[in-house]
Design a protein around this ligand. Structure first.
Ligand SMILES: [Ca+2]
Length: 283
């Protein structure tokens, strides 16, 4: 009640009346109460009446602005009491009801990227892919060093007719003799590589019969006989496989004398002798 603390000991201001008083009281009643009795008992009754009046007054607008002032002479002894002390604070009120649900807020910013997860299990093996293109051919390999050791071959022929029987025929027309295992000066092949050899000969027969043998180390192993037909050119041939040891010699030779020496050769007729290693001895 601070509004009346500054006016203690004096008449209540008009604002007090404006805030607390009710409607303007009937003048006749107030005059009647104040003027009929001025004794202490009467004063007490007057204060009581004033209090009831304050409680009963519903409005004051007319009283404060239009109503006549209080009669001074009749209520000079009525004075306001000393304002009381402020009251104690009341007990706290109950909690209010929950408010209404607010509107949904805006979508927030994306969160930070989380840590990398663990490695997953191995997947299933896929299907086989298409066949690739052929690769580039590799380089040619180097020749083996031991290959030459197992090479032995010759192919030779007559340059002129044979005139001497019972001796090795000397073939001096060389078609091939790279290893020089055949000796043109003796007409003999000398074995340098043990193994299986193939020999063949093709003889042109002219003017006389032919009896020719293939010799191995002074022993005739193969015999070929062709009878000459007059006014004709015949051929005699033979071939054989022989196993030779190193140092063995092989050659052709006419046997039985001059009457069977029809071995012939010129520019357009050849008589040849050929031999080569088929398998070398690997034992
Ligand atoms: Ca014949």
């Amino acid at each position: 009640m601070g509004r009346d603390s500054g006016e203690a000991g004096t008449a209540l201001p008009h604002e007090y009346w404006a805030a607390e008083a009710g409607p303007s009281p009937p003048t006749s009643t107030l005059t009647e109460v104040c003027g009929s009795d001025s004794t202490p008992e009467g004063l007490r009754m007057l204060l009581l009446g004033a209090l009831l009046l304050l409680l009963a007054l519903p409005s004051h607008g007319q009283y404060t602005t239009q109503g006549p002032p209080l009669p001074k002479g009749a209520c000079t002894g009525w004075m306001a009491g000393v304002p009381g002390h402020p009251g104690h604070n009341g007990t706290p009120g109950r909690d209010g009801r929950d408010g209404t649900r607010g509107e949904k807020g805006e979508k927030g910013d994306p969160g930070l990227v989380g840590p990398k997860g663990d490695t997953g299990e191995t997947g299933i093996t896929g299907t086989e892919g298409p066949r690739g293109f052929p690769g580039v051919p590799g380089r040619k390999g180097e020749p083996g060093e031991s290959a030459y050791v197992f090479r032995s071959a010759f192919s030779v022929g007559l340059e002129t007719r044979v005139t001497v029987p019972n001796v090795p025929i000397r073939f001096t027309k060389i078609f091939y003799n790279q290893q020089n295992h055949y000796d043109g000066t003796t007409g003999k092949f000398l074995c340098n590589i043990p193994g299986l050899y193939y020999f063949s000969y093709h003889i042109t027969v002219y003017l006389k019969d032919v009896k020719v043998s293939l010799y191995k180390n002074d022993k005739a192993l193969l015999f070929t006989h062709d009878q000459f037909q007059d006014r004709n050119v015949d051929q005699a041939s033979g071939s054989v496989l022989l196993y030779l040891d190193k140092g063995d010699q092989v050659w052709l030779q006419v046997y039985e004398g001059e009457n069977h020496n029809g071995v012939y050769a010129d520019n357009v007729h050849d008589s040849t002798f050929t031999g080569f290693l088929l398998y070398h001895n690997i034992e």
